[in-house]
Design a protein around this ligand. Structure first.
Ligand code: ADP
Ligand code: ADP
Length: 228
């Protein structure tokens, strides 16, 4: 589904963020990218939906080299969840969630009905939370809205950058469990960035362990745990 072929990304100031990276993610697989801050995880993700482009190498999604795919079309198939959920502060939770279906041509009532379904799916009662504004939610609830909004376009691929990062450990564990339950029915192809090795092991079908600009180990949780 996603294949990196000798991908290098050098920023204009000369920083090599990702160095000759090759790996492959199968359809329906959840791969966690784990490693210390600054080792190239976010850069890797941003290249998948062409927020930035590689300096060298190529990235193939669904059989096509994405260098030739219009970024807007690409992003319709690739949802992106970031830690700062980027919710519109002056729109209700329901409208925030309905925005993408609405913009892609759904009728307003249909988009809102779909948004309500998705809020329910991530564990937020749409009647209670739908009419609220983002600043009337807890951090954990905002992150759920971020996930619901990313799912709204029903993309086959999800990129998640520290999606459960900004909440306390108890809420975090609850969100992780709920997400795993959701993923068991959705079977999305997921790349999930975390700096927490326990989260990487709990969530990942496979784990990409990053060192500076490179993946040092790419294996199942059992093998990563068993490694010396
Ligand atoms: P991570 O997500 O693992 O924390 P990043 O991909 O954000 O790592 O960053 C990888 C490296 O690239 C770091 O050294 C970072 O400072 C550098 N970097 C990230 N974005 C830029 C940028 N826009 N310009 C220059 N260097 C950058
Ligand atoms: P969580 O366990 O999801 O982090 P919290 O313990 O932070 O939740 O919040 C508990 C309840 O308080 C939630 O139902 C949330 O909707 C509500 N709440 C939190 N912050 C606010 C706020 N600023 N305005 C209104 N309600 C809030």
């Amino acid at each position: 589904m996603i294949r990196f072929e000798s991908v290098t990304k050098q920023y204009p100031d000369g920083t090599t963020a990702v160095d000759d990276l090759s790996f492959e993610v199968a359809e329906g697989e959840l791969v966690t990218l784990v490693g210390p801050s600054g080792c190239g995880k976010t850069t890797t993700m941003m290249m998948v939906n062409r927020l930035i482009d590689p300096t060298r190498g190529r990235i193939v999604v669904d059989g096509a080299d994405i260098a030739g795919v219009d970024p807007v079309r690409l992003r319709r198939r690739i949802g992106y969840v970031i830690q700062q959920t980027g919710l519109f502060p002056h729109r209700t939770v329901l409208d925030n969630t309905a925005t993408v279906p609405f913009l892609t041509g759904w009728k307003k009532a249909e988009a809102r009905a779909r948004a309500a379904e998705l809020l329910d799916l991530v564990g937020l009662d749409p009647d209670v939370y739908g009419p609220r504004y983002p600043d009337q939610l807890s951090g954990g609830q905002r992150q759920r809205v971020g996930v619901a909004r990313a799912l709204a376009a029903d993309p086959p691929v999800l990129l998640m950058d520290e999606p459960f990062g900004a909440v306390d450990p108890v809420v975090r564990e609850r969100l992780q469990k709920e997400f795993l339950r959701l993923q068991a029915t959705m079977h999305k192809t997921v790349l999930l960035v975390t700096h927490d090795i326990e989260e990487a092991i709990r969530l990942g079908d496979r784990i990409a362990v990053y060192g500076a600009g490179r993946i040092e180990q790419y294996d199942t949780p059992a093998s990563v745990l068993g490694a010396p």
